[in-house]
Design a binder for this molecule. Structure first.
Ligand code: HEC
Length: 136
């Protein structure tokens, strides 16, 4: 079990090698590129009002840069509900798919209420988030 901790005042991380990863992924696969474009479009439409995809970006929701493989509710400096901090999830295809389909079923008590009911749209958004990897 994790104990709830107070967020340190310090924010931001040194940037990781995410940019290179995106480039390699995009160059490697035209199909992935097409799905990514769709994912990016959906992200801008459905998520970007609250979430940034850049490190340290500010919105009402936490930055989703490098969200893949991150523990739920663990980004320094972000505002989370106690429910999210105690969720004990790691974000991957499966947990993101469940969360986006029904946030309140997956993390009861979360303050995020946005649902994406179309599985293909969820897959495109998740792929976009995965390839957007480590952020800026
Ligand atoms: C109306 C604002 C809003 C929109 C739109 C929104 N979210 Fe969120 N999101 C939030 C808030 C607020 C939280 C923090 C929830 C909590 O702490 O319970 C959150 C949390 C998350 C988390 C957990 C992040 C972490 O660090 O643990 C993920 C993943 C996520 N959102 C993905 C998305 C995706 C993908 C979309 C678009 C399909 C989206 N959100 C749309 C407000 C929003």
């Amino acid at each position: 079990m994790r104990t709830t901790f107070q967020r340190p005042a310090m924010v931001g991380h040194p940037s990781k090698s995410g940019g290179l990863l995106i480039l390699l992924t995009v160059l490697a696969s035209p199909a992935a590129q097409a799905q990514d474009a769709e994912g990016e479009r959906l992200f801008r439409q459905r998520c970007a009002t609250c979430h940034s995809i850049e490190d340290g970006g500010r919105g009402s929701g936490p930055s989703l840069a490098g969200v893949f493989g991150r523990e739920a509710g663990s980004l320094d400096g972000a505002r989370y509900s106690p429910a999210m901090q105690a969720a004990g999830l790691v974000w991957d295809e499966e947990t993101l798919d469940a969360f986006l389909q029904n946030p309140r079923d997956t993390v009861p008590g979360t303050t995020m209420a946005v649902r994406i009911s179309d599985p293909a749209q969820r897959a495109a958004i998740i792929s976009f988030l995965q390839n957007a990897g480590g952020g800026g």
